[in-house]
Design a protein around this ligand. Structure first.
Ligand SMILES: O=C[C@H](O)[C@H](O)COP(=O)(O)O
Ligand SMILES: C=C(OP(=O)(O)O)C(=O)O
Length: 360
């Protein structure tokens, strides 16, 4: 009897351009490379307390419409400049979505949103969009989900997240150990913080693993270890974990795991029960914690777009509502601006004092 001994059950529509080829087709300008280099250094400085500002990672849950994404990026750049003395703003530019079960997995995976899975187009669109954001002088953040994607877009990213569903994955810890930007590890979907503390420890070490090189060939990858892994509290297991008591417990867990007390609070996800109208309250609580003397919370994350809420992907894409999330619900633009302005007003004197004093 004949057996099918193929190693994987799959079909391959065709090869992709290699990372080196795509980078050559869509190069990054020298000015934008400087912007990204400076932004990565600012994030490191915030984590090292050399820069007393609060990092704010803010933007859509996912980018599905590049026109709306551009519109949002332009608005955010103006707002980022306005609050820059107190807040360091990084735009969420999320092209890869981890799903609880199934669903649209983001613009890289299925850019036409019709099940055609034109990853070739998705990678080019993502790279082009990230270049546009960098050209605006706005740093970008993303979730690094597929270990191949950073080869195509990684140098355009200033802050990366490993999501709640992959923080325990060795593959993702290995990937993070080679990324050139600081990486935030989310606590697990069950709310467990130790998973992320172990991930921070693992990714700080050098690793060797199977991957691809710039020419797309299978290769042994050796990484130096990432010294800027940190914890992102996103709630989980049916409860939030942004409050002062949860933050104190997270500090203890980091200390016990031999990691620095560096925390970002995600105002969305289980910290707001996926109810976008609760995100502002979470952010205000974090601001109060900072004003009460907290030194471990280095940043916040907000899911925000032009319109509030979210929408299901319609069968007819022309029925999509402009500027409204197709994944998790977001706060709208006006609320985003109000949240950032309120945080800036509340924290301005504190940040200025921290900047002057040794207490940074
Ligand atoms: O932020 C995004 C979502 O929470 C994540 O992708 C999981 O989404 P899902 O539970 O709708 O699949
Ligand atoms: C998927 C995300 O978050 P989490 O991993 O916390 O669910 C996200 O931030 O888009």
């Amino acid at each position: 009897m004949k057996r099918d001994l193929s190693p994987l059950s799959h079909d391959t529509p065709g090869p992709l351009p290699s990372p080196a080829e795509l980078r050559a087709q869509l190069p990054l300008s020298d000015t934008s490379a400087l912007t990204i280099g400076a932004a990565r250094q600012t994030v490191r400085d915030i984590l090292d307390r050399r820069d007393p500002r609060l990092m704010v990672v803010v933007g859509p849950c996912s980018i599905h419409d590049l026109h709306a994404g551009r519109d949002y990026a332009r608005r955010l750049k103006a707002l980022a400049d306005e609050v820059a003395d107190t807040l360091f703003v990084v735009m969420r530019v999320y092209f890869e979505k981890p799903r609880t079960r199934v669903g649209w997995k983001g613009l890289i995976n299925d850019p036409r949103m019709d099940g055609s899975f034109r990853i070739d187009e998705g990678l080019a669109l993502a790279r082009r969009f990230l270049i546009e954001v960098a050209d605006l002088g706005l740093p970008a953040a993303t979730e690094t989900l597929d270990p191949v994607s950073p080869h195509y877009v990684g140098e355009l990213i200033s802050w990366a997240a490993i999501g709640a569903r992959t923080t325990e994955s060795q593959t993702h810890r290995e990937m993070a150990s080679g990324l050139g930007m600081p990486v935030g590890f989310k606590n697990g979907t069950d709310g467990k913080v130790d998973t992320a503390v172990n991930a921070i420890a693992s990714s700080s070490h050098p690793h060797a693993f199977l991957g691809i090189d710039a020419d797309g060939r299978a290769a042994v990858i050796r990484t130096p270890g990432n010294p800027y892994g940190h914890l992102v509290l996103r709630g989980g297991g049916g409860r939030p974990n942004y409050d002062a008591a949860s933050v104190a417990l997270a500090e203890q867990a980091l200390g016990k795991g031999g990691q620095p007390p560096n925390i970002v609070i995600d105002c969305a996800h289980d910290n707001s029960n996926k109810n976008h109208s609760l995100q502002a309250g979470v952010m205000a609580d974090v601001v109060r914690q900072r004003l009460a003397g907290n030194r471990s919370v280095a940043g916040v994350m907000v899911e925000s777009f032009i319109e509030a809420g979210n929408q299901a992907i319609p069968a007819e894409l022309s029925a999509l509502r402009y500027g409204c999330s197709v994944t998790d619900p977001c706060v709208d633009w006006d609320e985003t601006a109000a949240m950032l302005r309120a945080a800036r007003e509340a924290l301005r004197a504190d940040v200025a004092a921290r900047r002057k004093g040794a207490d940074v």
